[in-house]
Design a protein around this ligand. Sequence first.
Ligand SMILES: [Zn+2]
Length: 407
Amino acid sequence: MTTGAARVVARLKKLNEASDDEGALTRLTLSPAHARAAAMVRRWMEMAGLAVRIDAVGNVVGRREGATPDAKTLIIGSHIDTVRNAGSFDGNLGVLLGVEACARLTNKPLPYAIEVVAFGDEEGVRFPTSLTGSRALAGTFDPVCLTSVDEKGVSRRDALLAFGCDPSHAQFEARDPARTFGYIEVHIEQGPVLEANKLALGLVTAINGGSRGEIVIEGAAGHAGTLPMNMRKDALAAAAEIVLFIEEIGKKGVELVATVGRIDVPNGAVNVVPGRARLSVDVRSPRDDDRMRALADIRAEIARIAAARGVKADLNITYDMPAAICDKTLSAAFARSFERCDHPLFRLPSGAGHDAMSFRERIPQAMIFVRCRGGVSHRPEEFAAPADIASALAVLEDFLDTIGATQ
Ligand SMILES: [Zn+2]
């Protein structure tokens, strides 16, 4: 392992000390632990020769100017907030790799300016809104999020003020797309695909778009002993057919995933024919038209099943987010770095959301994934091997060394 990668591993461990919970890693946005982690990252950025500030929305921003005043800026980012009882690598790894890659560049004049950004609001655990840090840079920060409150009734605005930020300046954090070269992010995969393919690294094609919704089925409740089978309007049996159809849609699709994660049967009992069922649905794909087609197929099948069983059923979409396609030029530059560093080029979509998706249609973005053991994430067992971290650092460094030429 290189010294750089060893330093990243040591700092990942050190960052674990910044936790809101004793004995577990929990670092919710704008919490005391977030402030401690931000201070650590700030110091490491300064050691890497970056000029550091905490911006209006709580991001730690380390900047290094380019060789000329008109040089565009390349942003390298990820997040340092975590879920409750988290692993060490999610988000933190990308930030520390960015810092480390800059440390090596200290004395070289660069054809672009670099900003390493540690976002602090990716996980969306404390407040109902999330990604506010990256949205501020993308120019899509919605001031309404300042009024959202956590479970103790503290508003995001007050939490930002306590963090030392001035949320009224959030809109001034927007980067000018004309002066921004792009946004790149290194992140653990949080899934099992790279490991299954025995690969340390993958190049992300897109961050999946997603739709979420609820299907409500209205049948007729009845006595499980007296109501003959051919006279029933069983809402749960209809739901079962719908669940299997949604699974089938996912299996047939290319890189499409479709999930029913929850079924509620209100007043369900062992001796009652279910009169009502509610199920959740979650469909994701790197291609929006595939996702739309899947939803249309699900709607059509729901209508068919409802008609056949004499129940009423409806799909109500409550959340809809388009896919964020990774930029071709930045991805091609990463692909060349994979090749020069002797890594087989393997492309995969991201099933999870990331700060990178905030830049969709504003600033070109690209991501690489690092293998994580067992595909496990958002748990203390989350683990990326030091050798894989070294591989990611080598690719990132090669990318920074050569990207200027494609500008
Ligand atoms: Zn993450």
